[in-house]
Each structure stands twice: as C-alpha cells, then as structure tokens.
Design a protein around this ligand. Structure first.
Ligand code: FES
Length: 119
C-alpha cells in the first residue's frame, strides 16, 4: 500500500492510493487510471517521453528501487545518468537518480512523490 503524489507546476497535486499487492502496476498505469496527464509515447521504455522525477516523501532517505535495463539505456542516452552511477547502483542496490521512466517503474509499498513534466 502506498500513497503516490503526482506533482506538476501545471496541475494541482494529486495523491492516489496504490492498492497492496498490485506490484505490477507502473507509475504510468497508475497515472492513466487517475487521469494524471503524464506524457508518453512508446509505453515500452524506449523513447524517454514519460520521463519523471521520483523521490520518497522523506527526501533524505535513499530508495531501494534500482533502474531497469531499459531505463539505464534511455537515461544514459538523455544524459540523465552516468556510467559511474550505474556501477554504484549495482553495488548498493539503491536508486542512483531521481530520474525515472514512468512506463517502467513499478509502484511498491512506499510513499513517493512523482514530479512531471520534468524537463
Ligand atoms: S513512454 Fe516511451 S519510455 Fe516511457
């Protein structure tokens, strides 16, 4: 169970509740269900259109939520992450950057904030 707050300078913040056990739902799917207008195109981790920033409600805490392989490739292509950050992620299993792809990141049992559009 998690509260996911979608935040954008263009829209009012909206907090939605992600149901327990739905650990297959991506941020993009949750956004669509709740009429949150996050841009997307491929929906498959290839184009980078759904780029968002994700952080825990307590921003000082690090999230244990590594990037998917597709996210690593796209975020590197976009210049949002370095190889050193990827190497560190493999060592400590922590999320190395706030940049994520909404169509790839699955919501877990953690209260988070999703900032969009973020570029
Ligand atoms: S919609 Fe293309 S990477 Fe997410």
């Amino acid at each position: 169970m998690a509260n996911v707050t979608f935040s954008s300078p263009l829209h009012k913040d909206k907090t939605v509740y992600a149901v327990a056990g739905s650990h297959k739902k991506t941020i993009l799917e949750l956004a669509k269900e709740n009429h949150i207008p996050i841009d997307f195109s491929c929906g498959d981790g290839e184009c980078g259109t759904c780029l968002v920033k994700v952080f825990p409600v307590d921003r000082k805490r690090k999230m244990a939520h590594p990037l998917t392989e597709r996210e690593v490739k796209v975020l590197k292509d976009l210049g949002k992450i370095t190889q050193a950050q990827v190497d560190q992620m493999i060592v400590d299993d922590l999320m190395p950057t706030e940049w994520r792809l909404a169509c790839q990141m699955v919501v877990r049992d953690e209260d988070i904030v999703v900032e969009y559009p973020s570029r």
